[in-house]
Design a protein around this ligand. Structure first.
Ligand code: RNT
Ligand code: ZN
Length: 416
């Protein structure tokens, strides 16, 4: 049955000039960086027991991973249900400190503390590890500030954490023979009307320059992530979009666009080609904001399709680094992980199955009537059959909900 359906879909797509075999082949090779933090509500291993820094998880569904062992098991289970090429996106707060816990702080982290992750990721056959210094969930944030703090000791602590993170990332890159993306996001901002908006930005600029001095250009790709506001930090964000775009452009590093980090009528799908006109690399945090930067589970929705279309039709699959960033604690966390990753994969497949050359031609000819007709036709083409074939070839179960239920009743239920 599946065979018949795929054969028929292949023919239908071919009649539009689309090669489903090529689409499946391309999709299986695109790396998607899967965030480690969906499994434990962004808490980490290094001492924090709650989230701070303007971000929040909501919900208290049972089964949160409370230990490194539990998180490893959950990631392995989730990844088993995720088709395609995967990388692991790690935060520094997930360091294995062992006997050094309580003795070493984030300004003293080294690659040693992350070796278990490397072994783990290699065991799962992952493409590599990406890394994030963790500038939140820590007592050294002073008055909500880290790299932009006017307190020199605080600022230096975080600069050192950033430097250490870049060093760790170089080792991670070498370990997999692929560059490691290091995303810099800081929560710094103010709840209420600031008295000085420039000062913090000048300090952030200086801190970033100090952090990035001499980083390993072969193995590390640094990126900066802006946002509009955080919870409790509504009036001012030091690391705004304009700040980071100018910083990245002037320093030859990369921008990371999180699609929850803009005003609701601004679209990251439109920002991708704008940046591709100037940058070789653009990084993404794919998320889903509902009314605010809520980090809901990514779903197969219009804006996600547009994002995927901009990556695919601009031949930018190797230029755009796709990473996931959502955290839902109100449903089974493994299901949340898998659903979001599959939505990203579906969106990429959707985009890979569109007759882009023909559509561009119609646009350039000014034939907007036929373009609209074709865009509407394309929406109902039998992508489901190609998706099912893709899953079968990657060995991933089609109906993964049964697997979620099994793991929940066997493993998660035991976590009281
Ligand atoms: C926060 C940013 C940031 C974090 C992760 C955990 O608003 O999106 O990327 O979600 O680093
Ligand atoms: Zn993000």
């Amino acid at each position: 049955m599946a065979d018949i359906r795929y054969t028929s879909a292949k023919k239908i797509y071919a009649s539009y000039g689309v090669d489903t075999e090529a689409a499946i082949g391309t999709l299986s090779a695109v790396p998607v960086s899967v965030h480690c933090w969906q499994g434990d509500d962004v808490i980490g291993f290094d001492g924090s027991d709650s989230l701070s820094g303007g971000i929040q998880t909501t919900g208290n569904y049972p089964g949160r991973a409370r230990t490194p062992e539990e998180l490893f098991a959950d990631i392995a289970e989730a990844m088993r249900l995720m088709p395609g090429t995967k990388r692991l996106n790690l935060h520094a707060s997930y360091a294995f400190l062992g006997a050094d816990k309580g003795k070493v702080d984030r300004d003293g982290y080294t690659y040693e503390y992350f070796k278990p992750w490397v072994e783990f990721a290699k065991g799962l056959g992952l493409d590599g590890i990406d890394f994030n210094p963790t500038f939140f969930g820590h007592p050294k944030m002073k008055d909500g500030l880290t790299l932009s703090s006017p307190d020199e000791e605080t600022r230096r602590f975080w600069v050192e954490h950033g430097r250490r993170s870049l060093e760790i990332a170089a080792e991670l890159g070498k370990a997999f023979g692929k560059p490691c993306l290091v995303n810099i996001w800081i929560p710094d901002g103010f709840k209420d009307v600031p008295a000085d908006r420039l000062g913090p930005r000048l300090r952030l600029k200086r801190s970033l320059d100090e952090m990035l001095e001499g980083y390993d250009k072969q193995w590390v790709v640094p990126a900066v992530e802006s946002k509009v506001f955080g919870i409790g930090l509504e009036s001012y964000t030091v690391g705004s979009n304009e700040f980071y775009q100018n910083y990245a452009a002037s320093r030859g590093i990369c921008c990371l666009l999180d699609n929850g980090h803009y005003h609701p009528l601004e679209y990251v799908s439109d920002k991708i080609p704008a940046l591709l006109a100037f940058y070789d690399t653009v990084a993404l945090h794919v998320t889903r904001g509902v009314r605010w930067d809520s980090d809901h589970v990514v779903l197969f929705e219009d804006e996600l399709k547009e994002i995927a279309k901009e990556i695919v039709r601009n031949d930018a699959l190797s230029k755009v680094k796709i990473g996931l960033d959502y955290f839902d604690a109100s449903i089974n966390r493994i299901s949340a992980w898998v659903t979001g990753q599959r939505a990203m994969q579906k969106a990429l497949l959707y985009a890979l199955l569109l007759p882009h050359a023909k559509m561009k031609e119609l646009q350039d000819e000014g034939n907007f009537t036929e373009l609209m007709y074709l865009q509407e036709e394309a929406k109902l083409l039998p992508m489901e059959d190609v998706w099912a074939e893709y899953l079968a070839r990657t060995g991933c179960p089609d109906r993964y909900y049964d697997e979620i239920v099994r793991y929940e009743s066997k493993i998660l239920k035991e976590r009281k």
